[in-house]
Design a protein. Structure first.
Length: 213
């Protein structure tokens, strides 16, 4: 067990194996035919929803880590110890951060298209004869998520590359230029933190019944 849990790759593989075991139990208890499930549209919608949630947890989890832990603590860390964070921890966390954002966005858009509500959600229900509150909420959540994804890839990540000189791509920047890039990345990360609260509200509120109240 220790060998399994001390190796991250093995731990991840074990997690997926356990998920397959649960899936097998689901098929056995329900008496379903595997071939019928795998070719069904609902099955792939479920897989995409599962991936969407997993990527989303990783993305938002790292967003909260950056804003609640790393950024507030950096000024308190002695200068001689800061490179441990800026040169090793932060670049690794940013790799997972940006690709989790991409995975969340991609899985969510494909899921919405497969489930037939992508256009309705993006237009906030304007394409429907009757605008359902759930469609509007999901649509607002999707737009907030897309804005957050854009901020990650086209503002936060490029500026963090400059501020931290990741992969030595910006060795000639001055201290002032690095500080400005770091501040821009911080402000947009804080913006994403703020947007994540209504975004998650909209995503979890998408199932609200139109007749509620």
């Amino acid at each position: 067990m220790a060998a399994l849990l001390t190796n991250m790759r093995n731990t991840v593989i074990a997690g997926f194996v356990l998920a397959l075991v649960v899936f097998a139990i689901f098929i056995f208890v329900g008496g379903y035919a595997l071939s019928a499930i795998v070719v069904g549209e609902q099955f792939w919608a479920f897989i995409l929803r599962w991936l969407h949630v997993m990527f989303g947890i990783l993305w938002i989890g790292l967003l909260y880590y950056f804003n609640l832990v790393q950024m507030p603590m950096m000024p308190k860390i002695p200068d001689e110890q800061k490179p441990a964070v800026s040169k090793f921890i932060a670049p690794e966390a940013l790799w997972y951060f940006r690709w989790a954002a991409m995975g969340t966005m991609a899985a969510g858009v494909i899921l919405a298209a497969l489930s037939g509500y992508l256009l309705d959600a993006l237009t906030l229900g304007a394409t429907q004869n009757f605008v359902a509150p759930s469609t509007t909420l999901i649509g607002i959540g999707m737009w907030l998520g897309l804005i957050m994804w854009f901020n990650v890839w086209f503002v936060i990540w490029p500026n963090q590359q400059k501020a931290l000189n990741i992969d030595n791509r910006f060795p000639d920047l001055t201290k002032e230029q690095k500080a400005a890039a770091g501040r821009t990345a911080m402000l947009f990360s804080r913006t994403n933190f703020m947007l994540s609260i209504p975004m998650l509200f909209c995503m979890t509120g998408g199932g609200i019944n139109a007749n509620l109240g």
